[in-house]
Design a protein around this ligand. Structure first.
Ligand code: FRU
Length: 436
């Protein structure tokens, strides 16, 4: 088991998916995550735990949450963290399978399960008493016209106007929706309102709502959304909604952006960093375990900024500031991988270890077909919308994830890859690695 990770947090010897409970607490970043600790595939969910002083160097801390109550006996699904009275509070979805698959009791049959929202507290953010400190705060929903007792999950909690608010993803009559709840004390929650949208998937996972740069931002991951016959048919989207906290009335605009135009990143979660800025991480979905050993990693922590109605994502400054050691070839790169910096000309194509990036008709496109062999069920070709702010690329390359930041975060296109070579074909580029 690897004890530390630089820049990207990888699964320690097992399976991981969504980031959970991301918080800066008592001088330390805590990043929990969905984890099945016994195999390189999804199963009965636990929360793994990693900490970092700087969002760059991560240390694995083992398992924080495990199934222990009737309401979470089949899994501790995604959720978030807040601080109240100096204590860390983790609020998450507990799942109880009504019909277990006898051949794999870590999964359920025929969608027969129930979901409740639970909370666990910790004084120091390091130790979690799974027997004494868990409490169900919202039982499975009985009113089926409000939300599904099965598909309601992923509480994101925030503080606004003297109260705590929670947004949950849900599904009613085959349509995704968000449910809003309010609480004075994090224990007693009152349902207030919901929002939905036509033709936008059947279930909305992992909602996140916050303000940054004086603008409101909503991020969620609708399932059954892309419908182009390719896996994955769900994707993380973001938009600038209107929201009235008093009535929890949200209005969703027609315009939306993908979180990332490589469409591999999913279920992102944000928090505020030590300086109060909005920072986000997302799960990079991987079709195959690396060396048969681990499956699942997170993207570089990204700042979320809004300018002129557009949402930007760029690497957190702590990460940018580490990639300062100039090298002449990827073979000289350190543990954190390398960064290529260049301006790309209209009509040009560059090749990074077999991953091809081109610039045509004002759009950046990518082709990973040669570094993603054997996964025909998943897309290999990607394209951003038209770009306007220049032609500058900063490309962060790690062994299994390439992140292309366009014009300092106007758009990002990231892809999972396998077996990159050390060859680069490009003109007028500079290459940097970390000082470590
Ligand atoms: C998203 C998701 C969440 C759920 C978790 C289970 O990837 O399906 O909705 O809480 O993963 O692992």
């Amino acid at each position: 088991m690897s004890e530390t990770n630089l820049v990207h947090l990888n699964a320690p010897d097992c399976w991981i998916n969504d980031p959970n409970g991301f918080i800066y607490f008592k001088g330390m970043y805590h990043l929990f995550y969905q984890c099945f600790p016994y195999a390189t595939q999804w199963g009965r969910m636990h929360w793994g735990h990693a900490v970092s002083k700087d969002l760059v160097q991560w240390e694995h801390k083992g398992i924080a949450l495990y199934p222990s109550k009737l309401d979470d006996r089949s899994g501790c699904f995604s959720g978030s963290a807040v601080e109240q009275d100096g204590k860390m509070h983790l609020i998450y979805t507990g799942v109880n399978y009504i019909e277990e698959d006898p051949e794999n009791i870590n999964t359920c049959l025929n969608d027969q399960f129930q979901s409740a929202q639970l909370m666990i507290t910790s004084e120091n953010g390091m130790t979690f008493d799974n027997l004494a400190d868990k409490k169900t705060v919202i039982p499975p929903i009985a009113a089926q016209h409000i939300g599904s007792k099965t598909h309601t999950r992923d509480p994101k909690v925030w503080r606004e106007k003297d109260a705590w608010y929670m947004v949950l993803g849900s599904s009613v009559e085959g349509k995704g929706r968000l449910l809003f709840y309010r609480s004075k004390d994090l224990q007693h929650w009152e349902y207030v309102n919901h929002v939905e949208k036509e033709n936008f998937g059947w279930m909305w996972e992992c909602p996140d709502y916050f303000e940054t740069d004086g603008e409101k931002v909503l991020i969620f991951s609708p399932m059954g959304f892309l419908n182009d016959g390719k896996a994955y048919d769900s994707a993380a989207v973001c938009m600038i909604p209107e929201f009235d906290a008093e009535s929890c009335t949200m209005h969703l605009p027609d315009e939306f952006q993908f979180l990332d135009y490589g469409l591999d990143l999913y279920a992102p979660q944000s928090t505020t960093d030590a300086e109060g800025r909005r920072v986000l991480v997302a799960w990079a979905r991987m079709p195959e375990a690396v060396d048969g050993k681990w499956n699942g990693m997170f993207c570089i922590p990204r700042m979320v900024e809004v300018k002129n109605g557009h949402i930007y994502f760029r690497p957190h400054p702590n990460v940018q500031n580490r990639f300062t050691k100039k090298i002449s070839s990827p073979t000289e790169a350190g543990k954190g991988g390398y960064k290529i910096s260049l301006d790309i000309d209209e009509g040009a194509e560059i090749n990074i270890g077999g991953y091809r990036i081109s610039y045509r008709n004002n759009r950046i496109s990518a082709d990973r077909s040669t570094v993603f062999a054997g996964h025909d069920e998943i897309r290999c070709h990607f394209e951003t919308p038209a770009i306007y702010e220049g032609n500058h690329l900063e490309i962060y390359v790690a062994s299994n994830l390439i992140e292309v930041y366009i014009n300092n975060g106007e758009y990002v296109l990231s892809n999972v890859v396998y077996g990159l070579s050390d060859q680069i074909q490009a003109e007028n580029y500079e290459i940097f690695t970390t000082q470590d």
